[in-house]
Design a protein. Structure first.
Length: 455
């Protein structure tokens, strides 16, 4: 089972690097076969997405002469999402056993109360850039581990809540700009004329705004306690050096290949991230009795046969979100036009504002952001038709995606935070971050509207 998504990565890399259509077609069919095989062992909630996808194929076959072509394009979109997730899972697997990365996480989790929120929200952001959802799992586990020594149950509960909120918000802010995240990859793919190079700085500014809003709210609501005397600590740069070096290596290599080699960002990510993960594993000390080569073979075998099959729920959901979004958009656009639904006369600022808030709102209904963006954006006029810079629309998408990542009880980030915090997903989403999302969403809306005046 695990060989199938790994094969999708290889084929998608060949497709992105060579531009040869047969590789993309092969990846689409292999990913579809992988979903069919993995779906046998997933929950009914995931199978519902498969049923919706099949219904859309039947609808397309009954109404469109080109149904086979548009279905294949949707399969390729699903394969792309599956390949990106698999590539990032390789990095996550390598990181979970790296002593330097674990030491970074413990250093952040064990900061004194006055610095703990800042440390963990910064850590959530930095770890999130590399590990995506794995950042919440890693940091959250280390944070609850460090908090387990507190004898007072009420204090322990409040600290756990505050630490998980910090990690959640730090991770969510990465969705505004990270070239490794689904938000930016999908956003760039659906917005004509957009590029990550143009969107990076505005996205970083949006992420910084989210971090500042989160810190300000934490300062207002946190319990005031008498701080113990400060003890001299080792430099943050020294303690975080392994994480910062890894981050710099990944970002620099992806940037160089993208800019100098002309390979798309997603093609660079899918090729380089697993390679860096493999080299990273090879540099880790093997267990006693194993040679370095045998250790690497064992880790690769375990990743393919155990880790990837353990992600079957995520692989099925993400493929189907990409597939349904792509095929659904093709079917809905003509239907909307036939009903006279035309957004050409709507002011651009209204469209972008609605886009920012529609993504987290649909997230409350269980709609994955990949699905929401893929369905909504094709219904809207292109940036060129509206006379606005493409970057403004991309940042509207990634901002809404970030807000959804902090509040939707159906996203992996909120589900992980809820599990580690011992609360319901609804509590970990809207309960913990409702006011934060309103405040951060207001700031992000103003920033996106300001981008309308920059080209």
């Amino acid at each position: 089972m695990g060989i199938l998504p790994a094969g999708v990565v290889a084929l998608m890399v060949l497709s992105e690097w060579t531009g040869a259509a047969p590789f993309g077609i092969a990846a689409a069919w292999l990913a579809t076969f992988a979903v069919a095989a993995l779906a046998v062992r997933v929950r009914a909630a995931r199978l519902a997405f498969v049923a919706i996808g099949l219904a859309l194929v039947i609808w397309a076959a009954a109404t469109r002469g080109d149904w086979a072509d548009v279905t294949l394009i949707a399969m390729q979109r699903g394969a792309l999402v599956m390949a990106l997730f698999t590539a990032m899972a390789a990095m996550r697997t390598a990181a979970m056993t790296a002593p330097g990365i674990l030491a970074c996480g413990r250093f952040l989790a064990r900061q004194r109360p006055g610095l703990r929120y800042t440390a963990l929200t910064l850590g959530g952001h930095l770890f999130g850039l590399i590990l995506i959802y794995g950042a919440i799992s890693l940091l959250g586990t280390l944070a609850t581990e460090s908090n387990a020594q507190e004898p007072d149950a009420d204090i322990r509960r409040q600290r756990t809540r505050r630490m998980m909120i910090a990690i959640q918000r730090g991770f969510a802010s990465t969705l505004c700009w990270s070239p490794l995240g689904f938000s930016m990859i999908i956003g760039l793919s659906v917005v004509e004329g957009s590029s990550w190079v143009a969107a990076a700085l505005p996205g970083i500014a949006a992420a910084l705004a989210m971090l500042v809003v989160g810190w300000a709210l934490d300062s207002l609501y946190k319990t005031r306690v008498i701080q113990p005397p400060r003890r001299p600590t080792e430099s943050w740069l020294v303690r975080l050096r392994p994480l910062l070096l890894l981050l710099a290596l990944v970002m620099a290599s992806v940037g160089v290949v993208h800019l100098a080699g002309g390979v798309t960002v997603i093609g660079s990510v899918m090729a380089l991230v697993p390679l860096i993960a493999l080299i990273w594993v090879a540099r880790q000390d093997p267990p006693t009795g194993l040679t370095r080569a045998a250790h690497v073979r064992s880790r690769v075998h375990g990743f393919v046969t155990r880790d990837l099959t353990g992600y079957r729920e995520e692989l099925v959901l993400l493929f189907m979100a990409g597939f349904i979004g792509s095929l659904g958009a093709v079917l809905l656009v003509p239907l909307a036009q036939a009903q006279g639904l035309d957004f050409a006369g709507v002011p651009p600022w209204v469209i972008l504002t609605a886009l920012i808030w529609a993504i987290p709102l649909t997230g409350q209904l269980g709609m994955n952001p990949i699905l929401a963006v893929s369905l909504l954006v094709p219904l809207l006029p292109t940036p060129a038709a509206m006379g606005i810079p493409p970057t403004a629309m991309v940042i509207a998408i990634t901002s809404g995606w970030a807000l959804s990542g902090a509040t939707s009880p159906y996203t992996a980030s909120v589900l992980l935070a809820a599990k580690l915090g011992g609360v319901s997903p609804l509590r970990a989403g809207l309960g913990w971050n409702g006011i934060y999302v309103l405040a951060a969403g207001g700031v992000l809306t103003l920033w996106v509207l300001a981008l309308l005046h920059f080209d």
